[in-house]
Every structure is written in C-alpha cells, then in structure tokens.
Write a protein that binds this ligand. Structure first.
Ligand SMILES: Cc1cc2nc3c(=O)[nH]c(=O)nc-3n(C[C@H](O)[C@H](O)[C@H](O)COP(=O)(O)OP(=O)(O)OC[C@H]3O[C@@H](n4cnc5c(N)ncnc54)[C@H](O)[C@@H]3O)c2cc1C
Length: 419
C-alpha cells in the first residue's frame, strides 16, 4: 500500500497515477476539502496537459476558470514585459491559453479524480510522525484524526501509569461507582482521584452520579463532586462485554478533569465517554482523554429534560407573552409548583414544542405567567403545553482529547490498516 501525505495537487496527482497503475493508495490530508490555499491561482498552458491526463481539464474549464491569453509583468521601476501564449515565437503549449481558478475548486476536483481512480482519501487526518523498522525504512505514518491519533488502532497516548492507582472492577453487573440513593459513594462534596474503574461484564455506565435518573428536584442531585485523574475504561472491543458510558453525570458543580476514559462502545446504540443527563450544572470537563464509539460527550438526551409540564388554561386566552397555568407535574407525574420567576420554558405552539423559542418567566401571579421574549404566536392550551425543568447548563468543555478508534467506524472501509 502507498500512503500519500497531503492531498494538494502533488498528492492527488501522485495518488491518481499510482491508483491507475493498480497500486493500493490512501491519501491522508489534515484539511477537509474544499480547503483554500495561498496562491495566485494561475495555471500555465502546459499544466493543462497534466490536468487532461487526470481527466480533470474539462471540469476545471467549466468550473468558471478564467482563460488567460498571456501575462504582463510590471517591475517596480515601471518597466513591463508582455507575452502571449499563442504568438509567433513558435512555441505552442498544450492549450493556447492558461487558466486561473480558485484552489478550493482546483484541488477538490483533482482529489476527486484520485478517488475516481480508486485511491482512498481520508480528510481531517494529520500525519505527525512516521514509524520506521530497524533498518530505518518507513513502515507506517502516525496520524491524527479529529484531534487524535491512530497508529495500528492504538490510542494517542497510553493509559495512565497505574502503579499507585486503586482499582475497582465490577463483576456482578452493577456499576462500579454510583452516587446518591442506593449509593456506595456519598454524592455531595466528594473527591475521587487516582482510581482505575472498570467492569468484567457489560455496564450502562461505569461511574454514575444518578439514582437511575429519577431525580426531580435539585436537592436530590449529586453536588460538588470532583473526579480527577480517573482511569475509567471498558475492555477491548467485544460483542459480549460492552460499556455504554464512562461517566453518567447529573448534578451541580460536577468536574471530570485530568482523566482517561477509553474502550466505551456499544454495538446496540449510542455510547458516550461522558453523558450529562438532566442536572442543572455547572459542569467542568477539562484536560481529559475521552474515547467512545458515538458522541464521546453528550448532554441531555435522556428523554427527561425538561421534565416538568403544566396545563395552560383556555381562559384567559394565552397571548404571545402571557398565559395562566395550573396542574404542574414532574416527569414521574408528581405534583410540582407552577414555574417560578426566572424559570426558562418551552411552549407548545401549533403542532410542536418550539425549543428555538425558549423563553424565561418574568412574573408568576398565582399561575398567571408573563415571559420574555415574546413568542411568535400564542401557545396552545391544555395539559403539557408548557415544559421546563433542569436542563443541563453552564457546561465548560476545555482542552480535552476526543478520540474514536477508526475500527469503530463501520462506515469507513479504507481507514489505514483496516481495509
Ligand atoms: C503566494 C503563492 C502564490 C502562488 N501562486 C502560484 C500560481 O499562481 N501558480 C502555481 O502554479 N503555483 C503557485 N504557487 C505555488 C503552489 O501553490 C504550490 O506549488 C502547490 O500548491 C504545491 O502543491 P502541493 O500539493 O505540493 O502542496 P499543497 O497545495 O500545499 O498541498 C499540501 C497538502 O498537504 C496537507 N498537509 C500538510 N501537512 C500535512 C500533515 N502533516 N498531515 C496531513 N496533511 C498535511 C495540506 O493540508 C495540503 O492540503 C503559489 C504559492 C504561493 C505561496
């Protein structure tokens, strides 16, 4: 296999001609095309010969390329040179005219020709090094995808040195660490660090800050919890032992920092290194290596946020800024108060909830609500026509390495080493 690093004109033409000759070629480029490139965008008449050989000339000519009859060069002292490509100097190029075309267009067309010839093109892949055999021969590139690295499906940096880490391994099907009710770890003002956490049987999550997502009021959530230098991991990809989440966090003042989460995957659905469900935050996710087969970090998505709803009275008729509500319930149908001033909510308008028109309650006089900004039209009346709740908020995600093993991407058939 030939690996071409860089999918500019040099890389794509090399890949094209090698692939045409039957070589197995993979092009790796750190950019995603169309990508721009500093250039005067001039193609000489002779360049057209190569473009034609790549079956690209007519597409480039039809792409809006300017036709250049010649060139005029201006020197700082005012002198000029003028030349025509087709003149009585006797030389004729492949075409009588040159071309001027945007590199976003030219380079994309050439890369597509490489693809057409059979080359595999991986965009967003930055080569950082090469691996050599004992005699110095280059055997493989080390490359980075989406900010992370792959060398023979090995994560970018090794798991933490574990000599001094205590290890918790769940073997009975229960998550290794759970806080709040039924917990083995107090869920308020706690610090867990330098722990290896794993399981030998499949888990929905390895570290859970929730009581089965049943929290309905802020006081039930985990609060002021710091996870620092944790090594939370599943096992090598397997159809039978799968960890769907590293951390399942709900709560307030939750930090996951300086930690390493790996081998989190599910063949049956989405998997995340960190799933933040319906706690109010703030959350800090910083300086971690996070690897999972689907979202890697996801907030919401539990189907329970926002979890509260009320009935909107038909009389007085709601307007774009007012409505009267009663009978408010949480997602477990328990009675709760009408939304307090400051609560932000989503109304049902016409035939749907409109999250894009999220508004905040500015006054609540015995269920008579006023909000701002105004909705595009008055909300519908009836049960469940306003929703609100503990939407995860104030989330800081900073300086993390997010990584997916290419082998987890079944849609990519030509990832290095997996073809
Ligand atoms: C100001 C300026 C004006 C110019 N004007 C003209 C002109 O008018 N006509 C002309 O013919 N030439 C012009 N040139 C020269 C022309 O731009 C280059 O000769 C041409 O782009 C070289 O093609 P290339 O494929 O070698 O490199 P590039 O076009 O630079 O492509 C290199 C590719 O490699 C990728 N890459 C780089 N590092 C990595 C990595 N570590 N891992 C993965 N991918 C990587 C990049 O993303 C890029 O897509 C000009 C150059 C400059 C700077």
């Amino acid at each position: 296999m030939v690996i071409v690093v860089g999918g500019g004109p040099a890389g794509s033409s090399t890949a094209f001609f090698l692939a045409q000759q039957g070589f197995e070629v993979t092009v790796l480029d750190r950019a995603r095309f169309p990508r721009d490139k500093t250039c005067s965008e001039y193609l000489s008449p002779q360049a057209s010969r190569i473009l034609e050989a790549m079956n690209a000339l007519s597409e480039i000519e039809q792409s809006g390329a300017a036709q250049l009859a010649g060139m005029r060069v201006h020197a700082p002292n005012g002198a000029t040179i003028h030349g025509e490509f087709a003149a009585d100097h006797g030389f004729r190029g492949y075409r009588d005219r040159g071309l001027a075309v945007r590199r976003t267009i030219l380079d994309s067309i050439l890369l597509n020709r490489a693809r057409d010839a059979g080359a595999c093109v991986e965009e967003g892949v930055r080569v950082t090094d090469v691996i050599r055999s004992a005699d110095g021969t280059v055997t493989a590139p080390v490359y980075v995808t989406q900010g992370s690295i792959n060398s023979a499906s090995v994560p970018p940096w090794p798991a933490p040195a574990l000599t001094h880490y205590a290890k918790i391994t769940s073997t009975n099907g229960a998550p290794p660490i759970v806080t709040t009710d039924g917990s083995n770890v107090p869920g308020k003002y706690n610090y867990l660090g330098c722990l290896e956490v794993t399981a030998s049987v499949s888990q929905g999550f390895l570290v859970g800050l929730t009581n089965a997502l049943a929290e309905t009021v802020v006081s039930q959530f985990g609060d002021h919890l710091i996870f620092d230098r944790m090594y939370v991991h599943g096992v090598n990809a397997s159809s039978t032992v799968q960890m769907t989440r590293g951390f399942l966090v709900t709560g307030s003042n939750i930090s996951v920092v300086n930690s390493y989460v790996s081998q989190i995957y599910s063949s049956g659905g989405d998997a995340q290194a960190i799933l933040g469900a319906h706690g109010p935050g703030p959350y800090l996710i910083q300086n971690n290596f996070l690897s999972a087969s689907t979202e890697i970090i996801m907030f919401g998505g539990t189907g329970r946020t926002p979890g509260y709803s009320c009935t909107i009275a038909a009389s007085p008729a709601p307007t774009t800024t007012t409505a009267t509500v009663n009978t408010c319930i949480d997602f477990a149908s328990g009675a709760v108060s009408t939304p307090a001033v400051g609560t932000c909510a989503m109304f049902y308008i016409g035939s749907a909830y409109t999250p894009a028109n999220w508004v905040c309650i500015t006054a609540n006089s015995s269920g008579a609500l006023t909000w701002s900004p105004a909705l595009p039209s008055a909300p519908s009346t009836g049960a469940g026509k306003i929703k609100y709740g503990m939407v995860p908020a104030d989330i800081t995600i900073n300086k993390n390495y997010l990584y997916k093993l290419p082998s987890w991407n079944s849609a990519v058939s030509c990832v290095l080493g997996l073809r």
